[in-house]
Structures are given as C-alpha cells and as structure tokens.
Design a protein around this ligand. Structure first.
Ligand code: UDP
Ligand code: MG
Length: 308
C-alpha cells in the first residue's frame, strides 16, 4: 500500500484546523486504499494551534506534528515538512481550505495516469483578493517570466502532489532564502497542472501584509535571476555614451560661441539624476550581497521545539 504524507504549514490556525481536518477526512475516505500521514507544522503559533493539533492526534494516530521554537515562515515550514515526511507521495496544503482538499482526489488520479512526477494546482481566478494585490501579482509573474530562466506559472501556489523522488531532489536544495515556487520548477521533473477557482479563507486572517508580499517577490526575483545586477552596467554604458555626446557638444559650443555661464541648474539636475542611479545600483548590489551573507552563515532553516 502506498503512503501519502499531507504537509500542512500552520501559523495561528486554531480556528481553521478543525474545518480542514473534517474536509481532509472526507478525502481520506475516498482514497481509502492509501495510508495517510498527516503532518502539521506549527510554525511558532501564539494561539492554540498546537493544542488543536494534539487533540486531533488523540483521535487519529496518523496525525503527527512538528512545532518550531518560533515563527520561521511558511517556506521553512514546507522544508521541515518535506524533511520529516515518510510517504511515497507527498502533498503540501494550506490549513485555511484555500487549497481545496477535495482536489487531492483528482490530483492523485492525474499522478497515477498522466505519467508525471508532480501535479500542481493553479488558481485561475483571484476573486476575493484586493485588486491591487492581483495587479501587482500579475506584474510580478510577468517580470519573473522575462528575467528568470525557470518557468513560474501565474497563479501557481504551493498546493502540489509530488513523488518521493522529486521531494528528495528538493531536499538537496538547502539554501536559506527559499522561494518554493521557483525551486519546484528548478528541480525539473514532469508537472501536470490542475486549475481551480480561488476560494476565501475559511477562518482566521491572511498572514501576508502588502510589504510582506513585496519582500517575498523581491526574494524570489533575487533568488532566481541575476539580471538586476547587469542593470548597473547597462545604465553605466548608456550614461557614458550620453556624457560623451554632451562633452563634444560643449566643446563645439565653446569654440563657436565662447564661454557661457548659463546651464548650471541643468548640471545640478544631471548630477542628482546620475547619483540617484548610482545609489540605486549600489542598492541592488547590496541586496545580492545581503543574501549571499545570509547563505554563508549556514544557519538552520528551522529549529524544532517538539515533535511527535
Ligand atoms: N503560514 C505559515 N507560516 C507563516 C505564515 C503562514 O506556516 O509565517 C501558513 C498558514 O498557516 C497557512 C499557509 O501558510 O496554512 C498560507 O498562509 P496564508 O493563508 O496567510 O497566505 P495566503 O493564502 O493569504 O497567501
Ligand atoms: Mg490562505
């Protein structure tokens, strides 16, 4: 019999977990020929998430948990889940039912019949999401598509069923700045996509602030593209060409019309503009340096306080 591990990262999800567990039980009854391992990752929750998980463990021996010593973020929770999973197949799911557990049946059937190593879900609508967030998300995917060699599908989420082989490949990537959407694509393997409509969170609140998302997007971009680093050289070249033309123009003007004092405001503007560009480019360098700095520390991605 095949074993399927369900990884559920949870951060302050005490109100969602009971709904989630109920929905998962229905799926388990449909996939009764599989042995389920339900692995909750308590990402340093401050509410009764851990107690809720423990109460589930009392009624179902297949429920397991890992509890972090503090909040390490969803990416670390996913990594911990993959590391501790013992199944032949592994699926990652959100606790708030935004990744409909019912879809797992279809995902499993696709994995069995479509000759692929992973089946991933993709949101085709963004109903219920603030329009500005949808717009910025679309822009982000468009930029990633242009700047990165790997493919990151618009609307792709972390809801994904994978084979053990693919998970082992993912575990070999131990980088500190993790961007799972990119890593799934980077390891390769054949992926089938299943589309679904966006659903609202069953309970609780999203943990993403606007700036949190901006930071996450930048992390993704920096982790998978070095094109921004080249930006400094390109702009430098353009400005060199521009100043060369300006110098020739000034010399010719000097020779024809003689000395002139006007033009200093425009000079100030140009100096400010170029300083701005320089600082911007140094900032990009700084971002890459900061990421490299964090990577060289080889800090663990998570610290387990307790698990069972
Ligand atoms: N999550 C987590 N650690 C965090 C933030 C979120 O484990 O620091 C979990 C959260 O409990 C949920 C999933 O990641 O199961 C998705 O989070 P959320 O619903 O807040 O994100 P959204 O669906 O709004 O993108
Ligand atoms: Mg959610």
């Amino acid at each position: 019999m095949q074993k399927l591990t369900v990884i559920i990262p949870c951060y302050n999800e005490e109100s969602s977990i009971p709904h989630f567990y109920k929905a998962l039980c229905e799926v388990m009854s449909q996939l009764e020929f599989l042995i389920f391992e339900i692995l909750f990752i308590d990402d340093g929750s401050q509410d009764y998430t851990l107690e809720t998980i423990k109460s589930l463990q009392d009624i179902n021996p297949y429920v397991h948990y890992i509890s972090f010593s503090r909040n390490f973020g969803k990416e670390s929770a996913i990594y911990a889940g993959l590391k501790y999973a013992t199944g032949d197949l592994i699926v990652i799911m959100d606790a708030d039912l935004q990744h409909p557990p019912q879809l797992l049946v279809q995902m499993y059937e696709t994995l069995c019949h479509a000759n692929c190593d992973s089946v991933a879900a993709r949101r085709v609508t963004r109903i219920g999401e603030p329009p500005i967030r949808s717009f910025l998300a679309r822009c982000f995917y468009a930029i990633m598509h242009k700047l990165c060699k790997i493919e990151i599908v618009d609307g792709a989420c972390d809801f994904r069923l994978m084979t053990r082989q693919m998970v082992d490949a993912l575990l070999e990537l131990t980088e500190y700045n993790r961007f799972s959407k990119g890593l799934f694509s980077w390891v390769g393997f054949r992926t089938q996509w299943i589309e679904f409509e966006n659903v609202k969170r069953i309970a609780g609140e999203t943990h993403w602030s606007f700036w949190g998302l901006v930071r996450y997007s930048l992390e993704g971009l920096i982790a998978f593209s070095t094109v921004p680093l080249a930006l400094a050289s390109i702009m430098g070249l353009l400005f060199c060409a521009f100043s060369f033309i300006a110098i020739i123009f000034t010399i010719i003007r000097q020779l024809i019309w003689g000395a002139s004092a006007y033009g200093w405001p425009s000079l100030v503007c140009i100096i400010c503009f170029i300083s701005g560009i320089q600082l911007f480019c140094i900032g990009i360098l700084g971002q890459y340096l900061a990421k490299t700095y964090l990577e060289t520390k080889h800090r663990p991605l998570f610290i387990v306080k307790e698990n069972k």
